[in-house]
Design a binder for this molecule. Sequence first.
Ligand SMILES: Cc1cc2nc3c(=O)[nH]c(=O)nc-3n(C[C@H](O)[C@H](O)[C@H](O)COP(=O)(O)O)c2cc1C
Length: 200
Amino acid sequence: MHLDLTTTHAKDAYKILSGIVTPRPIALVTTLNEDKSINAAPFSFFNVLGASPPIIGFAPGDREPGIPKDTAKNIRRTKEFVVHLPDESIAQQMVGCAASWPYGVSELAAVGLTTTPSTALSVPRITEAPVALECEEWGTLNIGDNRLIIGRVLHVHTRSGILNPETLHIEENAYHPIGRVHGPDGYCTTRDQFKVERPE
Ligand SMILES: Cc1cc2nc3c(=O)[nH]c(=O)nc-3n(C[C@H](O)[C@H](O)[C@H](O)COP(=O)(O)O)c2cc1C
């Protein structure tokens, strides 16, 4: 099957690519609204992009042409955000954060999540998340209706037991982030792993 995303299937690009490029990690991002309330929203157009400096990227699409989602709007103003990697224990709450809550309603309180102050940022992090990355905006690329937000990771917080304190490797069976797969409500776990030896 051949699909031309420049002509016949341009309108299907989201459906095709979000179904094919899986599993994707999920960034549950907290930012500060103008009134200092906390905004939280999930984004699966997301990944770590490099280590020196340590950078991550995620991409909110515009709500309408030229109108950014609140996360992108807040980052443009404050230049800071926290990326959380949700695991199975907060999957439901993570999806709840994607709902359109009325302005002024804290998404986190509505879904039953709590916060802890960040180390370097004004915006707090989610206490229940297994991992939180405190980020400052490095830059944002506006590409059509996409905003590719690139953040420099300043601090990493992990639930105790996830990283071996000596080696800093992930402890076996201690970390189960979830991934996004095809369909509007498709997710996968990371429990069914296998190893492939690398050639010398
Ligand atoms: C698992 C999941 C992944 C999502 N990934 C994205 C994404 O990569 N880009 C995007 O624009 N919206 C994505 N969404 C939708 C946003 O979370 C949703 O539009 C949210 O209301 C945006 O909130 P904000 O306006 O507070 O930024 C995703 C939703 C879910 C549940």
